[in-house]
Ligand binder design. Sequence first.
Ligand code: ZN
Length: 109
Amino acid sequence: MDINQYKQTLLELKDEVSGRINAIDRDIRHEGMSADWSEQASERENDEVLESLGNSSEQELAMIKFALHRIDNGNYFQCDSCGEDIPPARLELLPFTAHCVNCAEKIEE
Ligand SMILES: [Zn+2]
């Protein structure tokens, strides 16, 4: 893949994750809140699940934005920690990664 294809993939991912975050936000705000008390209790449990889902999506979005930034800077193919080349196969699998396999293992990405 050339750099524009990675960029395209990242932009699509960014839209997808942004959409997911918006949907989660809408769910947490309970548009059309139910009046039933027991339903409210289960909605609160649901909120906790949604929040953790929201947090991991925010994290993913931050990584995607960082990867796009790295493309603009021309260092997308370099590991952010050690400066070694990140293998293209790894970037095709994880287009938003900023680290080579060795560094990712060290920092538990
Ligand atoms: Zn590295």
